[in-house]
Design a protein around this ligand. Structure first.
Ligand code: ATP
Ligand code: MN
Length: 462
């Protein structure tokens, strides 16, 4: 497609300019001597109104074939529209029909479908208002994320998708193998991974963080933005088996710098989204969840609360709410607790820090109390945790001790430990699940609706 696109055409002056536009027909209305078409080309939510006079060449042959979903090219004159809703409309002079869409069979007619049904037609759902808007928002958000880090001089690092470390600890892994599944080579009942493709057990990555740290400890500030895979057996509206993650890592940076970065980052991408994707965001706000814009605006304008885990537990214990999961020091917070803090107590985002070491990953820096670690989770209203991060343990001995306490093998982490042996520096980072972010900004309930082709437990239809 060469353009001009409908997004730009709608802003043009209606001065009888000759233009050509291509797209898919959303609706058609016929009157006595002409037809109205609403044309969409995916460049924006709005359609371009097109008037086809019955005197246009070939009218009688093509007009009945211009049905919802069919694809056309229209050459015509851009004129002022008498309608209030739009400034311009196109008077067709020539119509080229590319592909018909049989109205008896094409499922995306006017009738509204459920999101469940649309998931079964993932090849067609991007042609609906909701899914085209999600696609545009995903694309724009990726761009703002890259721009934020690039403007700050972070280096984009491509961490591996296939990994030999089976010990990132973030979730269950998918194995990668070329061994014949019907006849797996074994010695004494144990699989011979030497015969496997890499000569070693290997898996799909669950996080790029550990590899990201190696580059941060050379380049200063880095970020990753790529696919991650977790063999999640739970069938929830917040978990996918394949999802995208953003993981910045910053050196000479403690937990406070980490919190500042996370807060600035979220404010930047949300501000850009509201400023530049207004039409799509207004759609989500009217059709999906009427609190999202107000919520994002408050995040942009409010200073985030910073609170220690221990204080948060006190706050929760004080509350009169009957939580499903009882509160006491040491528990991992559930989303009901996170939502209570952000929605009832503070009414804004909260960064919780200094969690008990038992409930956090081995690589988080231990505090002097020997009980808590320098974790920081960013919690937001309506969703709960959106970012999880920490200052990393930069002392080799302490890290080895933590690895052993977690029943892991220090030898598996030899290269990770060497980062602490040679030129170790305080460093920090965080992880943001891209689909959770898109869910949050669009108000979409199910994570399977914010990625083009979702993969989840027992579900891979495309
Ligand atoms: P959860 O408790 O929700 O499973 P987690 O503690 O496993 O999350 P992390 O290991 O901290 O999550 O991963 C970083 C981020 O990746 C999370 O904050 C979340 O946004 C996202 N994430 C984690 N697992 C999934 C998943 N299965 N599908 C989509 N996003 C995910
Ligand atoms: Mn998880």
């Amino acid at each position: 497609m060469k353009g001009p696109f409908i997004k730009d055409i709608l802003k043009m002056n209606p001065d009888n300019k000759e233009i050509s536009v291509c797209g898919w027909i959303r609706t058609k209305r016929d009157s006595k001597s002409f037809s109205f078409i609403e044309l969409n080309d995916g460049s924006c939510m709005s359609n371009l109104q097109i008037i086809i006079d019955s005197s246009v060449k070939g009218y009688n042959e093509f007009i009945n074939k211009l049905t919802t979903g069919s694809s056309v090219k229209i050459d015509g004159k851009l004129v002022k529209s008498p309608a209030k809703e739009q400034n311009v409309e196109l008077h067709a002079e020539n119509v080229t029909l590319y592909g018909e869409a049989d109205p008896e069979k094409y499922v995306l007619q006017k009738k509204r479908h459920t999101f469940e049904y649309l998931r079964t037609i993932a090849h067609l759902r991007p042609r609906t208002n909701t899914f085209s808007a999600i696609a545009r928002v995903r694309s724009a958000m990726s761009f703002y994320i890259h721009r934020f880090f690039q403007e700050k001089g972070f280096v984009y690092v491509h961490t591996p998708i296939i990994t030999s470390s089976d010990c990132e600890g973030a979730g269950a892994m998918f194995q990668v193998t070329t061994l014949p599944l019907e006849n797996i080579p074994k010695t004494n009942g144990k699989i011979n991974f030497e015969e496997d493709f890499f000569g070693k057990k290997s898996s799909l990555t669950v996080s790029g963080q550990l590899e990201g740290e190696t580059y941060a400890c050379a380049l200063g500030n880095i970020y990753t933005f790529g696919p991650t895979f977790r063999a999640e057996h739970s069938n929830t509206t917040r978990h996918l088996a394949e999802f995208w993650m953003i993981e910045p890592e910053m050196t000479f940076c403690d937990i406070n710098g980490n919190m500042d970065a996370a807060e600035e980052f979220l404010k930047y991408i949300f501000k850009n989204l509201l400023e530049n994707c207004r039409e799509d965001m207004d759609f989500f706000n009217t059709r999906i969840d009427n609190t999202i814009i107000a919520n994002l605006e408050s995040i942009i304008n409010e200073e985030f609360v910073r609170l220690k885990y221990t204080e948060a537990i006190k706050e929760l214990e004080k509350s009169k709410v009957a939580f499903e999961f009882p509160v006491k020091w040491g528990i991992d917070l559930q989303s009901e607790h996170e939502k209570y803090l952000t929605e009832q107590v503070f009414k804004k985002p909260v960064i919780l820090t200094d969690y008990p070491k038992e409930i956090k990953a081995f690589y988080m820096k231990l505090n002097e109390d020997d009980k808590t670690v320098r974790a920081m989770d960013v919690l937001v209203p309506r969703l709960g945790e959106i970012i999880g991060g920490s200052e990393r343990e930069d002392n080799e001995q302490k890290l080895v001790k933590r690895i052993k306490q977690m029943n892991l093998n220090p030898e598996d982490y030899w290269w990770y430990l060497e980062l602490r042996r040679y030129g170790s520096v305080p460093h920090s980072g965080f992880g943001l699940g891209f689909e959770r972010l898109i869910q949050f900004v669009t108000g979409m309930q199910n994570i399977r609706d914010v990625i083009p082709f979702p993969r989840a437990f027992k579900s891979i239809d495309f």
